[in-house]
Design a protein around this ligand. Structure first.
Ligand code: PAF
Length: 281
């Protein structure tokens, strides 16, 4: 495995791999890797000869009051995990190389990015689409793997890829969960034992919704009411949103769901830790 820090070196490498006819899979990350990320690597390895993992805590996707400066950093451990997972290249750029002085060009998806996460984190997706577009141009992948855990991110990036004619396949990997249901996330490490217990209500609420759907329930208001009721029982958990949206457009589903096209998506504060989770219904 080789670690690359320079944008120009990564671009040269990508060009030469492509010239040799090698297929490149990209797994973009912000580091603090956990088994969820490594499951994306496993999928990537099945799709291409060369797997590139990027580790970059992207400043532009954090709002002014968000956790950018305290976002977990553990480069040594991340590199070891990538090596063990069979990654070929890890690209770890410097912020100044990605956003040089006087940087002024951004990629904005103007529709799917607006509700849900976009409503409470207004500049978040502008940062995500900008950095992902840059990583696409630098790494020149044939496919890129993203986790379903960030359902809106998947929808926004898929739309950007279509709208801007990136010749890249967006592959969506299922959410990995702890045995007790908690979706794997780099932010879980912020949770105390007590908060972690209360955070389990997210997956419980989603499971309840899927059970209700399996039993024949289709009404959006009933599904949301039950999830909201469950979450409301936890003292430390405050709802940011509980929504049922179209999984491609992120528009609220009205009336009844159509199986397979709707996703229940939840964001909460567990005290000061912001968590999201979702399940396709
Ligand atoms: O999902 C993430 O970790 C980030 O949003 C991504 C896609 C790596 C862009 O910074």
């Amino acid at each position: 495995m080789q670690t690359i820090t320079s944008v120009s070196e990564m671009q040269l490498l990508a060009e030469s791999l492509r010239a040799q006819g090698q297929r490149i899979a990209l797994v973009p990350t912000m580091g603090a890797l956990h088994p969820g990320h490594l499951s994306l690597v496993t999928i990537a390895k099945g799709l291409a000869q060369v797997v590139v993992v990027t580790i970059f805590v992207n400043p532009t996707q954090f709002g002014p009051s968000e956790d950018f400066s305290k976002y977990p950093k553990q480069l040594e451990a991340d590199l070891a995990a990538c090596e063990a997972a069979g990654v070929d290249y890890v690209f770890v750029p410097e912020a100044a190389d990605i956003y040089p002085k006087n940087y002024s060009t951004y990629v904005v998806e103007e529709h799917i990015a607006k509700p849900l996460e976009g409503a409470s984190r207004p500049s978040h997706f502008r940062g995500v689409t900008t950095v992902v577009a840059k990583l696409f141009n630098i790494v020149r992948p044939h496919c890129a793997i993203f986790g379903q855990k960030d359902a809106q991110q998947v929808a926004v990036i898929s739309k950007m890829v279509a709208d801007l004619n990136f010749n890249i396949e967006v592959v969506v990997a299922p959410t990995l969960r702890e045995v007790d249901g908690l979706a794997l996330s780099s932010r879980n490490r912020y949770l105390t034992t007590t908060q972690r217990v209360e955070a389990l209500v997210l997956s419980r609420a989603l499971r309840k919704a899927t059970e209700m759907v399996a039993a024949g329930e289709r009404r959006v208001d009933r599904l949301i009411a039950e999830a909201t009721h469950l979450i409301g029982q936890q003292r430390r958990v405050r709802i940011i949103y509980v929504s049922i949206v179209n999984r491609l457009t992120m528009e609220a589903v009205k009336g009844e769901i159509t199986l397979g096209s709707a996703v229940m998506t939840i964001a909460v504060w567990v005290d000061e830790v912001r968590l999201i989770d979702n399940e396709i219904l």
